[in-house]
Write a protein that binds this ligand. Sequence first.
Ligand SMILES: *[C@@H]1O[C@H](CO)[C@@H](O)[C@H](O)[C@H]1NC(C)=O
Ligand SMILES: *[C@@H]1O[C@H](CO)[C@@H](O)[C@H](O)[C@H]1NC(C)=O
Length: 137
Amino acid sequence: MQGLRRNIGFPVVAVVLLMFTAVMLPEVAATRYIVGGNKGWTTNVNYSIWARSKHFYKGDWLFFVSTNWKRTDVFEVRKKDYDKCNSNHPIHKLSKGYGRDVVPLNVTKTYYFISGRGFCYGGMKVAIQVKSRRPRV
Ligand SMILES: *[C@@H]1O[C@H](CO)[C@@H](O)[C@H](O)[C@H]1NC(C)=O
Ligand SMILES: *[C@@H]1O[C@H](CO)[C@@H](O)[C@H](O)[C@H]1NC(C)=O
């Protein structure tokens, strides 16, 4: 009898814990952004305008989707190389060659991404300011 009583308490604790988890999850949920929205990573998109209306937080993800993947690529570069469209000394080469590249925004900083092969000069570049924490809603 004693053992049975003690066991009854467990499901209640579990349910309460689950409810807390369900309430807290939306705050910490990461967001995955397809860079450029339905246009993807391509020419003739102004990515400054695309990024302007968004807030990026540590833990979010960027998705670079390109149908032009044989010619374009994705580099993370330093600001001065972003400004000059220089992909000769990237921090990371992110494109693996299939036109679908996932980038974790795991550091609070401004990330600078460009395409190589001249496309950066036409506007294939984006700066993403990553903030530390999504505000509570
Ligand atoms: C962030 O992600 C990049 C790319 O996957 C990885 O190289 C780097 O080590 C990660 N940094 C941290 C602080 O986790
Ligand atoms: C994107 O639009 C902004 C604001 O209209 C403008 O200042 C910027 O020069 C444009 N960038 C490109 C690469 O055309």
